[in-house]
Write a protein that binds this ligand. Structure first.
Ligand SMILES: [Zn+2]
Length: 380
């Protein structure tokens, strides 16, 4: 405790409990709170101030309670009680303000002490391309370098663009391989106008040929949907890149040369390709493209055992392709006698899985940052 100064406030005993007399005493008390709190600066001084005013045993507020409230005659108790409470609030507020001030000062002085311009800056995490988008952009880049342009189309398609114009007639069994999600309440429309989530990016081929005359060279990247239950190799949502080239005298050789080049760009020049007969309604003939296994170098075995990535065959299936079926030209007003072309389509997830050695397609969509951030630091 600091030694008592002469002017220091002391609680007087009250004789007169009239309102006028009470207010006079309260005013003196309030003035004392203001005056004493203004003189306080250091933490120790605040401690002393708090003890002097709020200590349970002999604090001023306790004295006010004893000397004023307890001593007050019954009919004055209410007036005295109200005033004592207000005074208490004032003391508490004064202390709370002092504490807040102290904290503000402390934090500002600390942060100014901390500035050291020789330290490296704070590293903020930078967002990165999702591995699927990154793979898609790389693939688009390969075809851009070959002179292809990029076309996009709607994800909600009509039955006509998704199936019919691609030579999937209504009730054709080929439709069963691409079950999708249909928009509800479409029954009143003719079948060809009913809306669905597109099952492939191929409708963009039709839309492109409707608005462009040959020669056409486009790639169409985008999101597609199938009615598949999610598991390690299936997802109801995935991405495709579709390619289309139509011109005079385009032959299967161009198709082979283009895809062989694209695959080598993506997986390295030592990768071999082979074309395997297949079926798609909108291409004739159709082929699956297989590449020599990038994990075992096409040998079929590695680490002293069978290669599980290619099931010991040495080949991995990568994409589908073919020469555009002349029937398709009928839907877009091209003359199949004058033009020919090829189309190909590949799953972006499939390529990303091979490229990055990912074993579960769901990882791409779970949004787990621990998985995704691995791709942020990869350098080209
Ligand atoms: Zn292999």
């Amino acid at each position: 405790m600091s030694p008592k100064k002469k002017s220091e406030y002391a609680v007087p005993k009250l004789k007169d409990f009239s309102v006028a007399s009470l207010d006079k005493e309260v005013a003196k008390l309030r003035a004392a709170i203001d005056e004493e709190s203004k003189a306080v600066g250091t933490e120790d001084e605040w401690q002393i101030f708090r003890d002097r005013w709020m200590a349970r045993k002999h604090g001023i507020l306790t004295q006010v309670n004893d000397l004023w409230l307890k001593a007050a005659p019954k009919d004055a108790k209410r007036d005295v009680g109200q005033r004592v409470n207000e005074v208490k609030k004032q003391v508490e507020q004064t202390l709370a303000d002092a504490l807040e001030n102290k904290q503000r000062l402390a934090s500002s002085s600390k942060s100014s002490e901390r500035i050291d311009i020789t330290l490296p800056g704070i590293r903020r995490p930078v967002g990165a391309e999702h591995p699927i988008i990154k793979t898609m952009n790389e693939m688009v880049g390969v075809f851009r370098n070959l002179g292809y342009s990029v076309e996009e189309g709607p994800e909600i398609e009509t039955d006509y663009y998704n199936f019919e114009a691609l030579n999937f007639p209504p009730n054709h069994p080929a439709r069963d391989t691409q079950d999708t999600l249909f928009i509800a309440n479409q029954e009143s429309k003719p079948l060809r106008d009913r809306l669905l989530l597109r099952t492939h990016t191929s409708p963009v081929q039709i839309r492109t040929m409707e608005k462009m005359k040959p020669p056409v060279r486009v790639v169409c990247p985008g999101k597609v949907h199938r009615n598949d239950a999610p598991d390690a190799t299936h997802s109801p949502l995935f991405h495709q890149i579709e390619g289309l080239a139509v011109d005079t005298n385009i032959t299967f050789c161009y198709l082979k040369g283009t895809l062989d080049h694209a695959v080598k760009e993506m997986f390295g020049s030592s990768v071999k390709t082979r074309f395997y007969p297949s079926f798609f309604p909108f291409t004739e003939p159709s082929a699956d493209v297989q590449i020599s296994c990038i994990f075992c170098g096409g040998r079929g075995y590695r680490d002293g055992g069978a290669c599980r990535n290619c099931k010991a065959s040495g080949w991995i299936e990568l994409l589908g392709c073919g020469m555009v079926d002349p029937n398709v030209y009928g839907f877009v007003d091209y003359d199949p006698k004058k033009v020919s072309g090829f189309a190909f389509g590949m799953g972006v997830e499939r390529i990303a899985i091979l490229k990055y050695g990912v074993d579960d397609i769901q990882l791409f969509f779970n949004g787990d940052v621990r998985f995704l951030e691995q791709f942020a630091y990869e350098r080209f």
